[in-house]
Every structure is written in structure tokens, then in C-alpha cells.
Write a protein that binds this ligand. Sequence first.
Ligand SMILES: Cc1cc2nc3c(=O)[nH]c(=O)nc-3n(C[C@H](O)[C@H](O)[C@H](O)COP(=O)(O)O)c2cc1C
Length: 188
Amino acid sequence: MELMDAIRARRSIRVFSDRSVDRETVDRLIDASTYAPSRFNVQPWHFHVAMGEARARVAEVMALTTAYLDEYIDVLGPDGMEHAARFYADLGGAPVIIGISAKHVEDPTEWLDDTIAVGAALQNFLLAVVDQGLSACSLTAPHWIRDKLLEVFEISEGFDIMALIVLGYGDETPWDKSRHTDVATYLK
Ligand SMILES: Cc1cc2nc3c(=O)[nH]c(=O)nc-3n(C[C@H](O)[C@H](O)[C@H](O)COP(=O)(O)O)c2cc1C
């Protein structure tokens, strides 16, 4: 797929079919992530992949987030809340759940750099997902249960969980989301 087409086609998908994803496919997506830029090429990301029984353990922990969704009522509205509650209850049935961690660094500039780099790796992953005919959604909302996620993903002390990705074969058509166009200023 052409890159510009993949960029435009990428959407967050939150309902998945029961078709499984093989490990080689996940490896290819992670490999694409590793080509992202990072400060001094530190490559701060690590991917914690939960499939099969591990996926069930992570999904059980993630279901705890439904208790916190009320915080989003003003942003999501009643329909969005219903969709979110269904999604978080079992992550839309996604067969693969991935946590991305990074070593925590105290220096705020370096931490910002590493956060940006993880975002770049995440976007590489999401674009490769489109290229390979799969679907995904990236999440940070589960910050409410951060400690439990660190535990279930077996993330070492001194590392932070930066984002989650749910991955599988999509089974929904996302509603249109407009894009802001007034986002650039050309200096005179
Ligand atoms: C850093 C980040 C955090 C996100 N966190 C969540 C989340 O916690 N739950 C969720 O359902 N979607 C989450 N999303 C997906 C956004 O809701 C989605 O990207 C946005 O609404 C635009 O829709 P699109 O991805 O289909 O273009 C997140 C996306 C990003 C980049």
C-alpha cells in the first residue's frame, strides 16, 4: 500500500472479529516500529505482547477501567459512553494486546524526547497495521490502573507503561472524524 494511502486509511478500530493474528505478523509490525527516530538513537520502546492466555489475563485487568469511564461523560456523551463501556469490557475482542514501555528518565527534556519517540514508534506500528490489512486502536486511558498493568505486563521496576495497542481484524466501520485543516502558519 502507498504510504499516503495508509496514512489516510488508518483509523482507531474498537470491534474485532474472532480471527487470530499469528506471531510472525506481530513481529513484522514491531519491526516496522523499530525504524522510528529517537534521541541519540536510544530506541526507548519495548513491546510486551499478550496473546492467548496472557491476553485473557490482560483483558481481565483492563476491564477494571470500566469503573472510571464516568470521567469521560462530558467528552463522549451517552452513545460514546456506551461504546466505550462495551470496548473496555473485553477490548472489542481483540486477539492481541500490546503494552509499550520505556525506561523512566528524570530529566524532563529527555523524558519528552523519549515520549515523542515512543509516539513515533507507535505510529509506525499503526501504519504497518493498515499495510498488513489489520486494525488497531492505541490507548492511554488505562492510566487509572497503571500499577496493575505494570504487573500484568511484567514490566520491570524503573520502566513506565506509555501506551497500549489492541490489534486484530476489524469488524466495525468507524464513523467519520473530520480533520482540522487550519493547523499551519507559514512565517513571512
Ligand atoms: C496518545 C493516544 C491516546 C489514546 N487513548 C485512547 C484511549 O484511551 N481509548 C480509546 O478508545 N482511544 C484512544 N485513542 C484513540 C483516539 O481516540 C483516536 O485516535 C482519535 O479519536 C482519532 O480517531 P482515529 O484514530 O480513528 O483517527 C488514543 C490515541 C492516542 C494517539
